[in-house]
Design a protein around this ligand. Structure first.
Ligand code: C5P
Length: 234
C-alpha cells in the first residue's frame, strides 16, 4: 500500500531536526528538513544579490531556484545551482534573515508546493527512484502538520519550554550555556520564533496533532516517545 507520512512541527531548539532524522533512519523513511528549504531560498537570493525587502524580486527568484533536497536521514544535503550549501545555510548570516524570506506568502506557497511533491513521491511505491522506495517520509518544519501535510498519517508538535530551547541552542553553538551565550542565542531562538509565528501556528497544536514536550527529556527519550506515537497510529 501507500507509504507513511509523518509530519513534525515545532519551534527552534525543540530538537525536531535531530528527532526527525533519527525517526526516519529507524523506520527507513526519507527525511525532509523544510527549514533548510527556506534557508536555501535565502542563500539563493543573496547569491543573486536580491534585496530581501523586495518581496516581488524574492518571489521571482525563488520560483526559479534550482534546488535539490537530498533526503537521506543519514546524510541530508542541500544542493543549489550545483553547489552543496548544506553547511553554508546554517551560518549566522542566513539564520539572522531567513524569517524575512519565510514570511513572504508567495515564497511559502512555492516551497509548500515543492514539499508536497516530494512527500507525495516518497509515499508512493509506484514512483521510481525515490529515497525510501515509497516507504514514506518524515517531514519537519513549522507548518507541516497544518498547511503542507494536514492529512499526514501521524502529526506531532514537538515543544520545549523557552529555557530548555535556549540552553540547547547555546550549547550547540557555543559549547556552553552561560549568561553571555544565552543572550547571544536569544535572537536566533526567541526573536525568530516570534517573527515566524506571525505566519505559522507552531506554538500550539492544531486539532488532531499530538503534542510531545521534550523540556525534561533527553534526545534518546524523545525519540522513543515519538516512535511510540508513530507505532500507536499504525
Ligand atoms: O528549522 P530551521 O531553523 O532551520 O528553519 C529556518 C527558518 O525557516 C525558520 O526560522 C522559519 O522562518 C522558516 N521555516 C518556515 N516554515 C517551515 C520551516 C521553516 O517558515 N515549515
Amino acid at each position: 500500500g501507500r507509504g507513511v507520512v509523518v509530519a513534525i512541527d515545532g519551534p527552534s531548539g525543540s530538537g525536531k531536526s535531530t528527532v526527525s532524522r533519527r525517526l526516519a533512519a529507524a523506520l527507513a523513511l526519507a527525511y525532509l528538513d523544510t527549514g533548510a528549504m527556506y534557508r536555501a531560498a535565502t542563500w539563493w537570493c543573496r547569491r543573486r544579490e536580491i534585496d530581501l525587502d523586495d518581496a516581488a524580486g524574492v518571489t521571482a527568484a525563488v520560483r526559479r531556484m534550482p534546488l535539490e533536497m537530498v533526503t537521506d536521514p543519514a546524510e541530508p544535503r542541500v544542493v543549489c545551482d550545483g553547489v552543496d550549501i548544506t553547511a553554508a545555510i546554517r551560518e549566522a548570516d542566513i539564520t539572522a534573515v531567513v524569517s524575512k524570506v519565510a514570511t513572504n506568502l508567495d515564497v511559502r506557497a512555492e516551497l509548500a508546493r515543492l514539499q508536497r511533491e516530494l512527500i507525495a513521491a516518497e509515499s508512493d511505491p509506484t514512483v521510481a527512484g525515490t529515497r525510501s522506495g515509497g516507504r514514506g517520509i518524515v517531514a519537519e518544519g513549522r507548518d507541516i502538520t497544518t498547511v503542507v501535510a494536514p492529512d499526514a498519517d501521524v502529526r506531532i508538535l514537538l515543544i520545549a519550554d523557552e529555557a530548555a530551547r535556549l540552553a540547547r541552542r547555546a550549547k550547540e553553538r557555543h559549547g556552553t550555556a552561560d549568561e553571555a551565550t544565552l543572550a547571544a542565542t536569544h535572537d536566533e531562538v526567541v526573536r525568530r520564533d516570534a517573527d515566524d509565528s506571525t505566519v505559522s501556528t507552531f506554538l500550539t497544536a492544531a486539532d488532531g496533532v499530538v503534542t510531545v514536550d521534550s523540556s525534561s527529556l533527553g534526545i534518546e527519550e524523545t525519540v522513543e516517545t515519538v516512535l511510540g506515537v508513530v507505532t500507536a497510529a499504525q
